[in-house]
Design a protein around this ligand. Structure first.
Ligand SMILES: Nc1ncnc2c1ncn2[C@@H]1O[C@H](COP(=O)(O)OP(=O)(O)OP(=O)(O)O)[C@@H](O)[C@H]1O
Ligand SMILES: [Mg+2]
Length: 244
């Protein structure tokens, strides 16, 4: 088997019976899931369904997770959130380089900023960036660590519609170039179908729907064929189109 094929068939993330409860309330109820290396997956689910809890578990940030469950995840994991979480007292480049070592770190940081369209803004303060620019800087900070797995928790949730669409293009482009596995949490069914090759719905602590979106990219929200996927996802979320 060619190394490339082998890499694609070996799961980057493997969950078996992953369980998480808070004060006796079960949020993740024995989740089984494999995410193949290099796959772009979106995760949908109602507010409070446990999406962030699942991401934190995969990122290794939740020490209370388990209950007999097993979790395998890559070593190099990066996370991006709805807010950029840039340190306001450090310039943009310093934020990107935070905790990074090696003599070529600065060069890599500059290259990452250029990749996200922030070349020339290295010395800006986070407070001088727009919301979209700050999210770009957050993406650069993730990228520079060359993650095998990128976990994104509603990274575009706070952006206006136009900026969002631009960020979709950018994320997809970065993914194509670097090929990390991506797990993107979103509330937005259209965002999930336009960006991801696989969409999961988290429902009552389980993966209620696991849907492969086998359509070429770039995709448009308006492609009629995507409507079928949309309907299935909305049904899994318990939403009818009239109320969406
Ligand atoms: N540290 C915690 N202590 C107690 N309960 C928690 C904790 N973290 C999460 N929960 C509970 O677990 C449930 C799932 O929360 P989580 O943040 O994972 O939901 P979510 O799907 O990300 O929601 P949203 O879409 O609103 O971000 C919620 O009911 C929440 O109150
Ligand atoms: Mg959340």
């Amino acid at each position: 088997m060619a190394p490339h094929t082998e890499q694609l068939t070996r799961p980057a993330v493997r969950l078996r019976g992953l369980t998480r409860s808070f004060e006796g309330r079960t949020v993740l109820d024995g989740i089984d899931l494999d995410l193949p290396a290099g796959q772009f997956t979106a995760l949908l689910g109602h507010s409070g369904s446990g999406k962030s809890t699942l991401l934190r578990a995969i990122a290794g940030l939740d020490h209370g997770v388990a209950g007999g469950g097993r979790l395998t995840a890559p070593e190099r994991v990066s996370m991006v959130f709805q807010d950029s979480r840039l340190l306001p007292w450090r310039r943009v480049l310093a934020n990107v380089l935070l905790g990074l070592e090696g003599k070529d770190a600065e060069e890599r940081g500059r290259a990452a900023l250029t990749e996200v369209g922030l070349g020339g803004r290295e010395r800006a303060w986070p407070g001088e960036l727009s919301g979209g620019e700050a999210q770009r800087a957050a993406l650069a900070r993730s990228l520079v660590r060359e993650p095998e797995l990128l976990l994104a928790d509603e990274p575009f949730g706070a952006l206006d519609a136009l900026t969002r669409i631009k960020m979709h293009g950018l994320l997809r482009e970065l993914w194509k170039r670097h090929r990390p596995s991506v797990l993107l949490v979103t509330h937005d069914v259209d965002e999930a179908i336009v960006l991801a090759d696989r969409v999961l719905v988290l429902d009552r602590g389980r993966i209620g729907l696991d849907l492969i979106i086998d359509r070429p990219h770039p995709r448009s929200y308006r492609e009629p064929v995507l409507g079928e996927y949309r309907e299935r996802l909305l049904a899994a979320l318990g939403v009818t189109e009239d109320h969406a």
